[in-house]
Structure formats: structure tokens, C-alpha cells
Design a protein around this ligand. Structure first.
Ligand code: XLS
Ligand code: NI
Ligand code: NI
Length: 434
């Protein structure tokens, strides 16, 4: 045991009336929601990078957090792992996620970095034998070190492409070894700062080829999890190629990978792309590529990926409504890719941020489940499209052409009658479940 979390107890469910800060009011892991345990629905995951590796910097100032494990040695990396698994235990978290760079010190060569990674992965594996927490996904950090400044797979320098391939291989191996449910690719610098020096067409070909290699390697090693791309429109690059769900789907189709790769959708990224979170989820669901979510939100005023813990019940409820309509997560889950505000220095802050986020998601899940069970919203939606159920209208869609349809419009004197979309009534309906 480290002494980082001192006397913080394991967080238990105490119900909505509890006065205890260190308790869940809504998240009750064993409670059944639509025939599935809440824990199995939500599949919560702690993000290693924000909770344990991020020093509290912002664009105007550096480190604010003082953590006893900050530093570049293997010994400190192990202390960090000890604290991380203590936190997973306090929260009873079923999953965590990591980048290679979060968990191991960078070596002087690729080989040394890989060996460091393997040693820490073994250390994790030892802990995971007795811990409940599993790995939701692993990923490679191909955006922090200066070698990645012009991209990883889309870099103009083939040496960087090679280094990226070796890096992803090592991270897929690590993910496989720890029984990861998914492998994520977020291309923070797969994009450009300026088009003046960029060959868009070539970079897209490189990215497509790279992704094919990732999929091939998945089969080669027999990795059972899903490969996920995490869309984001910009930041750190001015323009990021995996802009949003629609763009990623177009990219997957272009390279014939739409059956192989799904998406990990982050709330804050959806907003940065000018969408709502539920738009991105609904679109991915309709395309059959909805894999997993990062539930962190952005501040609506700052226009920056502020990675805050979720706090907007109606919005998160609509997100879980999409997930429930898909039949729930399979390999995916709810990852808190969220960080504390840089003034939130205390170990308690780290725990309570997650407690609040977990409770908020649990409330959202229960509200979404109630809305789905009730069926009123879906009935209204179905009713809106009911006109398509007549044989003539179905035939129009299936075998019609402009000329025959035009003939029918005149013959039958078809004259559309506008009908209310009932938005406010439906908003009122939704608010009853929140
Ligand atoms: C950054 C991304 C990143 C991914 C994992 O904005 O959200 O944290 O989730 O590389
Ligand atoms: Ni993000
Ligand atoms: Ni993310």
C-alpha cells in the first residue's frame, strides 16, 4: 500500500439520500437496468494519462500537481502503477485505459522504450491477477514527443512512419497481453498545420495503408478486441484527418475497412467538430460503427478540449439512449478521458471527480432506460414516418423512378400536407425522464 490516498475508503452505493461525499448515490453496480447489471452497461474506465501522468499544465503555465511518482525512472513508474491500482480499487472501476508513454519512461532508443513498456506491462499483469480492473483499451501516444511533430503514419519522413509502425505493434502487443477489450487510434497529429507544405493525397494513402497494417496485425496475433478510431477535428494540429464520425466512415470505406474498424466517440471532440454528442453517436450507430465513448466534456465558452468530467444530465442521457438502442456496449465502455482542473490538487479531488462522473452517468443510464422502456419517444418517431408503410410508398422507394413518380403525383393529385414536428412536445416528454 502507498499512502497517497490515506484514509479514503472504498466507495459504496448508499442511495440518493446519502450525505456521505465518498459514496455513490446512483451508481449501484449490481442493480439491473433492462436486464443487465449497471456495471456491465456502463463499463467505466479510468484514463491513466489524465489521472496519473498529467502534471496540471495549461498553455500559460506548467505543473501544478505534486505527485510522488512524477519522474522518469522505472521505480517511479511502478509507484505510479501502485497508486493507480489503489484508485481503481477505491472506485471499484471495472476498467482502465493507457498510452505507452503514460506508463513507462521513454528510453534512449526504441528498443529501450519497448523493454520499459514490457516491464511495466508485466507489472500490471501481476496486479491484474488479483485486481478486478481490466483493460478497456490500450493506445500509443504518437503526439507528445517531438519526433511526432509532423504526424505519425502521415509523416513526410518514412523513418517516422516506421517508428510509428513499431510503436503501434508494441502497444497492440501490450494490449493483447493485458486482455484489452479494444485498441484505440487517436491521430492527434495526423493532420496538418498548413496546406502549403502538405501533400493531402499522399498522407491519406499512408494513413490508409497504416490502418490496414494494424488490422492485419490484429489477425496475426489473434487479438479478439475491436480496433477503434477516435475522431477529433483539430487540436493539436490545425486540421485533423479523422475530423468526425462521417469523415472517418468515408475514410474507412475508401480503404475497405468499414467492417474492421469502429469509432470511439468523445463528447468534447463532437462539440469541437460543431456537432452534438448525440449526433455523433446516432450517426455511428446508424453506420454500424459505434464502438466506445470518452465521456469527458468541454467548457462551452473556452472552445478548447478542456476534458472535464461529465456534468450535463440531459445530454448524457441522450448519449446512453443511443447506446441502449444499439443493444448496449459490446467491447466498448465509458472512459473518463477527463482531467481535474489544475487547481484541484488533492488526492480526494481525483477520487470525487470520478465518483461524480460515475453517478451522473448512472443517472443518465437509468433515465435513458426508462425512456426506452416507456416507448413514447420511439412511438412518436415511428408515427412520423408511418406514411412509408403503404405498399405504394414502399414501392416508390424500392423501384420508383422520377418519371413514374411524377406521373403518380399528377394522376393521384398528390398534395403534401405539412404536419407538426412536435419538437417542444417531445422535449417536454424527454424532460419527464431526466
Ligand atoms: C485527445 C484524445 C486522447 C485519446 C487517446 O484529445 O481524447 O486522449 O482519447 O489518445
Ligand atoms: Ni480528447
Ligand atoms: Ni479521448
Amino acid at each position: 500500500m502507498t499512502d497517497f490516498f490515506q484514509a479514503i475508503p472504498k466507495i459504496k452505493y448508499e442511495g440518493p439520500d446519502s450525505d456521505n461525499e465518498f459514496a455513490f448515490r446512483h451508481y449501484n453496480a449490481d442493480e439491473q437496468v433492462l436486464g443487465r447489471r449497471m456495471e456491465d452497461h456502463l463499463r467505466f474506465s479510468v484514463a491513466y494519462w489524465h489521472s496519473f501522468a498529467w502534471p496540471g499544465g495549461d498553455p500559460f503555465g506548467g505543473q501544478t500537481f505534486e505527485r510522488p511518482w512524477f519522474g522518469d525512472t522505472m521505480e517511479l513508474a511502478k509507484l505510479k502503477a501502485d497508486v493507480a491500482f489503489e484508485m481503481f480499487d477505491i472506485l471499484d472501476a471495472p476498467f482502465f485505459c493507457f498510452h505507452d508513454a503514460d506508463i513507462r519512461p521513454e528510453g534512449a532508443t526504441f528498443a529501450e522504450s519497448r523493454r520499459n513498456l514490457e516491464e511495466i506491462v508485466d507489472y500490471f499483469a501481476g496486479k491484474m491477477e488479483s485486481a478486478k480492473t481490466g483493460l478497456l483499451w490500450g493506445t500509443a501516444n504518437m503526439f507528445s514527443h517531438r519526433r511526432w511533430m509532423s504526424g505519425a503514419a502521415t509523416n513526410p519522413d518514412p523513418d517516422v512512419f516506421a517508428y510509428a509502425a513499431a510503436t503501434v505493434k508494441s502497444c497492440m502487443d501490450a494490449t493483447m497481453k493485458l486482455g484489452g477489450a479494444n485498441y484505440v487510434l487517436w491521430g492527434g497529429r495526423e493532420g496538418y498545420e498548413t496546406l502549403i507544405n502538405t501533400d493531402l493525397a499522399r498522407e491519406a494513402e499512408q494513413a490508409g495503408r497504416f490502418l490496414q497494417m494494424v488490422v492485419d496485425y490484429k489477425y496475426k496475433i489473434g487479438f479478439q478486441g475491436a480496433i477503434l478510431i477516435e475522431p477529433k477535428p483539430q487540436e493539436p494540429s490545425k486540421h485533423q484527418y479523422d475530423y468526425d464520425v462521417a469523415t472517418v466512415y468515408g475514410f474507412l470505406r475508401r480503404f475497405g475497412l468499414e467492417k474492421e474498424v469502429k469509432v470511439n466517440i468523445e463528447q468534447g471532440h463532437a462539440i469541437l467538430a460543431g456537432h452534438s454528442f448525440e449526433h455523433e453517436l446516432a450517426l455511428a450507430r446508424s453506420l454500424g460503427i459505434l464502438g466506445s465513448i470518452d465521456i469527458n466534456r468541454n467548457d462551452y465558452q473556452s472552445g478548447w478540449d478542456t476534458d472535464q468530467f461529465p456534468n450535463n444530465l440531459p445530454e448524457v442521457m441522450l448519449a446512453y439512449y443511443e447506446i441502449l438502442q444499439m443493444g448496449g456496449f459490446t467491447t466498448g465502455g465509458t472512459n473518463f478521458d477527463a482531467k481535474l482542473r489544475r487547481q484541484s490538487l488533492d488526492p480526494e479531488d481525483l477520487i470525487l471527480a470520478h465518483v461524480g462522473g460515475m453517478d451522473l452517468c448512472a443517472r443518465a443510464l437509468k433515465a435513458a432506460a426508462a425512456m426506452l422502456e416507456d416507448g413514447k419517444l420511439e412511438a412518436a418517431r415511428t408515427e412520423r414516418y408511418a406514411g412509408w408503410n403503404t405498399p405504394a410508398n414502399r414501392a416508390m422507394l424500392e423501384e420508383g423512378d422520377l418519371a413514374s413518380i411524377a406521373e403518380r403525383v399528377e394522376e393521384e393529385g398528390i398534395k403534401p400536407e405539412p404536419r407538426s414536428g412536435r419538437q417542444e412536445r417531445l422535449e417536454n416528454l424527454i424532460n419527464r425522464y431526466v
